[in-house]
Design a protein. Structure first.
Length: 138
């Protein structure tokens, strides 16, 4: 399925820096990541999306808000869902994956302890989710 014109414009506006920060909340971040993945695939999106997201954060005077682990984790989760649900459009994706649109995100909270997400290293580089701690047998 080809990316629709509205999604193409959304990417273009984002990359040109014409999106208003007040209109760019969590849902819009997820939609934009969905658009990038749909248009460019995972490999290019892991470079292109963060580059433009950092530029956007800097443009709106909040460069410290960019978070590499959150960005990559969402790209990877959205990509996985797209691959498991081929051929659906954005509205169908929203209906089937509403958990990704909630913030704070419950799926991410199951993967990462809060102290990991709040760490400086997680802001700067992608940090893999820690392995679950095995419970001792009783």
């Amino acid at each position: 399925m080809a990316l629709d014109r509205a999604s193409e414009r959304f990417i273009q506006q984002f990359e040109l820096g014409t999106i208003d920060a007040s209109d760019f909340g969590h849902r819009e971040h997820v939609r934009l990541a969905w658009c990038y993945l749909h248009a460019f695939g995972i490999v290019e999106s892991l470079t292109r999306f963060p580059t433009h997201l950092k530029r956007f954060a800097k443009r709106v005077g909040a460069p410290n808000l960019y978070h590499e682990t959150l960005t990559w984790a969402f790209l990877l989760m959205i990509n996985e869902r797209q691959q498991c649900q081929p051929g659906i459009d954005w509205q169908q994706f929203v209906t089937r994956n509403e958990d990704l649109l909630r913030w704070p995100n419950p799926t991410l909270s199951r993967l990462y302890p809060q102290d990991v997400l709040e760490s400086e290293i997680a802001r700067r580089v992608f940090v893999m989710p820690p392995a679950p701690v095995e419970q001792a047998s009783a």
